[in-house]
Design a protein around this ligand. Structure first.
Ligand SMILES: C[S@@+](CC[C@H](N)C(=O)[O-])C[C@H]1O[C@@H](n2cnc3c(N)ncnc32)[C@H](O)[C@@H]1O
Length: 310
């Protein structure tokens, strides 16, 4: 286990801390040395480059420390495989590729493709890959309601979808469906969704997603509970889990991927009575995300500054 793995285990919930036996000491030469400072600084570069979240489409960013740990976890899980992200406002895709490119992680997926309907996200991924000469990272403008037809199937998928509090997880299921399809129904996936012991709806959603996966002949191979926190003003305590899905042996595609049009599946997609009405979020202009936008502030000048102004 690397340093990041150790930190992740340490932070992965009170329950684990109460019951876990004390860790066995390991000889130092067995530890893979992950440079935590380099890892955090790399993720900080990615966060600087990320477009601001649009809450109306459930874009709510994961906290930075959790992104570091999540990136290592997902890089490890998808090591050597082709990985598709069905939506990725968090930019976990970019973190993983960048941590590999910087040599912070010496494992990770062979190819990463992000499918997202927000052109700002797609451009941010492409610009970052271009600037850092990351050749195994790309992104495509794609709406999850449209059929998904990859040139080649991916071995695994990752999604952090709208969490489906108002539709019993149906919006999660739509993203999971595309994930399953992108693997040709024979791969694996990680679904990041709400996980909270005190609220009823996350439990209902977890049950609904597990049922949906089972109906598509995918089983839950693992679950890492209450791992991630978000910049979520109205529910700062709400955490999410990693739900790992894997195809049952001999699974096969029941047919081609089709558009999703059933109004019952879509009526509360982004929240109560908020069905999807937008095909793509288009980028107005290419923004430099690291610096403040001119419409965010105005300058109140010193007297001397005013004189110079005239
Ligand atoms: C819904 S957000 C979930 C919160 C997550 N922490 C985030 O901000 O990435 C995940 C991603 O799904 C994308 N997304 C939302 N609706 C979509 C749609 N109809 N088709 C494709 N991607 C979509 C968003 O642009 C975002 O990047």
């Amino acid at each position: 286990m690397g340093l990041l793995g150790w930190v992740r285990d340490l932070m992965s919930g009170e329950d684990a801390a109460e019951v876990a036996p004390p860790p066995k000491p390991r000889p130092p030469q067995e530890r893979r040395r992950v440079d935590l400072r380099k890892a955090i600084n790399a993720v900080s570069d990615v966060v600087q480059n990320r477009p601001r979240p649009l809450r109306v489409f459930d874009q709510i960013h994961m906290k930075t420390g959790d992104m570091v740990l999540q990136s290592e976890t997902i890089a490890d899980w998808s090591d050597g495989k082709r990985l598709a992200f069905i939506g990725d406002g968090d930019a976990i895709s970019v973190c993983i590729a960048y941590l590999q490119a910087r040599g912070v992680l010496d494992f990770g997926p062979s190819q990463i493709t992000v499918f997202d309907f927000d052109e700002r996200t797609v451009e941010a991924v492409m610009n970052f890959a271009d600037r850092e000469r990351i050749t195994n990272l790309d992104a495509r403008l794609y709406n999850v309601l449209d059929a998904i037809e990859p040139d080649r199937p991916y071995a695994c998928f990752y999604t952090n979808p709208p969490w489906g509090a108002s539709n019993n997880g149906e919006s999660v299921n739509v993203f999971v469906q595309r994930g399953i399809e992108v693997t040709g129904h024979v791969g694996e996936g990680v679904v990041v969704i709400a996980d909270d012991d005190d609220l009823p709806w996350p439990k209902e959603v977890l049950a609904s997603v597990q049922g949906f996966a089972a109906r598509h002949r995918f089983y839950v191979s693992r679950m890492q509970r209450k791992l991630h926190e978000y910049h979520l003003d109205d529910a700062p305590e709400l955490k999410s889990c990693n739900l790992y899905l894997a195809a049952l042996p001999g699974n096969a595609s029941p047919g081609p991927s089709l558009p999703i049009t059933d109004p019952l599946r879509l009526e509360n997609f982004y929240g109560l009575s908020q069905p999807p009405t937008v095909r793509y979020v288009r980028a107005r202009k290419r923004l430099d995300y690291g610096v403040a936008h001119e419409d965010e502030y105005e300058l109140e000048l010193l007297e001397s500054g005013r004189e110079r102004d005239h």
